[in-house]
Each structure stands twice: as C-alpha cells, then as structure tokens.
Design a protein around this ligand. Structure first.
Ligand code: RIB
Ligand code: CA
Length: 340
C-alpha cells in the first residue's frame, strides 16, 4: 500500500514502514488489552482471542462507553463466550483523571453491549485492579509486552505515573483513539481522547513507541448488513453474539444517519498487531489539546517533519491512514469462525 497517504488539509504524509511489532504463529505477540466493552471492543477482544499470532495475557477495563462495572462484567462474559475465561480480567478507573464523566451509552446501550444479555461467567475479576494486574504482568513476563488501549487512556496514564520503572517493559502501545481530522464526540475530539484528554497527553508525551489507530483509518473499517449475516451463518455461540452486537450498531446508525454501517474502531488496533500489511501508517507528531475550549481532546497531528523539527518536537507516533475494508471484514469473520 505504498500509495496510501493521509489527506489532511494540505500536507499528505506518506505511508512509512510500521514500527509496531506483529505476532507470528511461531512467536505470538504478548498483549494486554485495556478496554471499555463496548460493541466494537467486544469484536476486538474476539479477534485477539482467535488470532494465533496473539497471546492475550489480560483484559483490563476502564469507564468509557459504559460504567466501568458494566465494562468489567462484559469483558468477563465475552471471554467466557469466546472460550477464553482463563484470560484474567481486572477493573480499572471508573472515570477520567480530571473533568466530568463522559459516556457513550447512547451508542453502546446502558450496559455497553446493546440489548445483548450474555451468560454469567464462572470467573470473577481479579481483586488487584487493572493497574496492578498490568504492572504484575510487565514485571513477570519474560519479554516486553504490547498494550492495546481501546478505551479512554486513564489506566495507562496511571500505570506510567505509578510505575515509571516499568515503561521499559512495554514493547509498544497500539491504541484506538484520536484522529488527524475531525472528531466524533465533538467536531474536534474522538471519544477515547475526549473522555480523558489529560491521560491521553501523558501517554503521547511518554516517549513510548505508539501507534494511533484514529478515526481516519477506523472509519474505513466498516461492516454492513451482509457482514452481520456472515457472522450469524457461522452457527456458533460467538458468531451469534457478534452478529447481535453488529445488528444493534447497524440499526442505530441506520436510524441516525440513514446508512446501516458499523465502524469497528477497536478491532483495527488489534488486527494491526496480528497482520503485518493490513494497515498503512504515517509518521506524525501528536499533541493532545487539554484546554477547556471547543478543541478540548483534539489530537493535533503534524506530519510535516520540517515543522515538527522547528518546534523541537519529534514524530512521536505512527498513525493509521489506510485499511482494506473487504480484507478487514474477512479477517473478522474468519476470526469468529475460529471461536466456539
Ligand atoms: O471513538 C471510538 C472509540 O470510542 C472506540 O473505542 C469505541 O469503543 C468508543 O470507546
Ligand atoms: Ca472502546
């Protein structure tokens, strides 16, 4: 996809070679997902469980799409449905470091997964909480671990502040959030960053290697009614849960915007870690607006290297700019074909 370029107002940043590691079947990527399940989070977690290139070490939760208690229950129950209840779940922050609580229940439903009711999981969340569970894994795992935050970045900011010595045990942060262009929650800001801009700023200024799958690429990763049918036709428990979640998202989008379409934002961050050439990325300097004005939560993305250098900053993140939608849908359906 060498021809992929981001198309911000005037400076098209060219695609570059990815820096995010990618797992292989022989050497699955050790991964922790921090999430706010969440319709698209649910599909992202299913993808991570299904792909042999990923070794899912834990799922932690943060308040975002729904209250964190719902997100934790959803994570436990989804992993149980996916046949992965051995993956530990721990609950993190209920809300942002500063500012009011931001939710997306109008999109994901009060309990975070539409009208879907999943069977109870026989497994409880870990008592130690999200930050301590992640810190413990980072300390013990034999190699540095990739973290995929797909909700507000509060837990990751707290991890970096409480355990700065563990930053070297984080191989890469591949997050869903932000955007080069317009936001979705406000015209300036994408939901995950808008929900906790201060936490996002801590992460982007951390110096850690970051891949940002923002709305520019995740809005290309859409499912439409035929995809829901493909998932349902799998005839499996996981396939029917996924089909139900997609149907709920399609129905709402259809009502609101006239086109039944679901952007599976979070699954793009996970797919990038399992498939080397699915997403094209470009290098940017990403700064988060933590002000109180109309641009609060905006990820200010500068792809003009000369200007970035002049500011004494660096290109601190790779940002997703292109994905092949059909291939993405096939990868998602194939993943659910592998689940029980
Ligand atoms: O803006 C999209 C993001 O906000 C996704 O992570 C979705 O789950 C919501 O949390
Ligand atoms: Ca999410």
């Amino acid at each position: 996809m060498a021809d992929a370029v981001a198309t911000p107002t005037f400076y098209p940043a060219p695609a570059v070679t990815r820096t995010a590691p990618v797992g292989t079947v022989e050497h699955p990527l050790p991964l922790i997902i921090d999430s706010d399940p969440g319709l698209d989070d649910a599909l992202a977690i299913g993808l991570a469980v299904a792909r042999p290139e990923i070794n899912l070490l834990a799922v932690t939760t943060v308040g975002g799409n729904a209250d964190v208690r719902h997100c934790t229950t959803n994570a436990l129950r989804l992993l149980n449905v996916y046949g992965a209840r051995d993956v530990p779940v721990a609950e993190g922050s209920a809300g942002a470091l500063f500012g009011s609580v931001v939710r997306a229940t109008e999109i994901h439903g009060e309990a975070g997964i539409g009208n879907t009711v999943l069977p109870e999981s026989p497994v409880a969340a870990r008592a130690e909480g999200a930050v301590d569970l992640i810190a413990g894994i980072l300390r013990k795992h034999p190699e540095p671990v990739v973290i995929a935050p797909i909700g507000p970045l509060t837990n990751i900011a707290l991890l970096l502040r409480l355990h700065p010595e563990l930053a070297s045990r984080i191989a890469h942060i591949c997050l869903m959030g932000g955007s080069i262009g317009d936001g979705n929650t406000t015209v300036s800001a994408e939901f995950n960053v808008y929900a906790d801009p201060e936490a996002a700023a801590i992460v982007f200024e951390s110096g850690l290697p970051i891949t940002m799958m923002g709305l520019d690429v995740t809005h290309q990763a859409t499912l439409h009614p035929p995809a829901g049918a493909r998932l349902r036709e799998l005839g499996t428990r996981s396939g029917s849960v996924a089909a139900e979640l997609v149907a709920y998202a399609l129905e709402r989008e259809g009502q609101w915007y006239g086109t039944p379409r679901m952007a599976v934002h979070d699954a793009v961050a996970i797919a990038h870690l399992a498939i080397a050439d699915l997403v094209a990325v470009a290098a940017y300097d990403v700064q988060v607006d933590t002000g109180s004005g109309p641009a609060r939560g905006r990820t200010v993305c500068d792809g003009l290297a000369r200007r970035v250098e002049r500011k004494g900053r660096t290109l601190n993140a790779q940002v997703g700019i292109r994905i092949d939608r059909e291939r993405f849908e096939d990868i998602l359906v194939d993943a659910y074909r592998r689940l029980p």
